[in-house]
Design a protein around this ligand. Sequence first.
Ligand code: ZN
Length: 203
Amino acid sequence: MDALNKLAEYFSKFPGIGPRQADRFVFSLLRRNANFRKELSDLILHLSDDVSQCTDCFRYFSHGNVPVKVCSTCRLTTRDTESLMIVEKDADFENIEKSGVYHGRYFILGGTIPVLEKDPASRIRINQLMSRIETDNSIKEVILALSVTPQGEQTHTYTSLQIKPICENKGIKITSLGRGVSTGTELEYVDSDTIANALSNRH
Ligand SMILES: [Zn+2]
């Protein structure tokens, strides 16, 4: 396979990118100067040197020169430690943070569960979530903030069933985002007003 096709094949592995868009990326790169391509490839090459995965919420974060295990959001002592919001992916976290309406902690599940999945536990960080709820005694409410898609709903059902016994045992309330987020929408694309509404109407 030649370099053009090989690069296009790499781009087509990204979420939401089809073969035609992948080709456009390749041709766009060809039109840029060599410095642009060098800087981009250096950033990709050294991405993991500068990025850690938080041991508390499991999101990826840039730690700069000093490697730390816990991200700035989890470290911030001014945040509300009583609520834990469960989201599917890092992009959902970013979008909710951007809205500025939520001030508690997060947990990133790292995926969703397809409707007919036989081994749901292999798709999301359910064991890590359960041990987080088990060991963190400040949590009073777990907010399930998942996309209104078939996979999101499947993930919602499975996750709430799994965490229910521990939550009941510890007197933790399980809530879900309220109406407002339209069907078929991924949380990363929902606007701030809708997030604010869905959060205040959680049930
Ligand atoms: Zn964190």
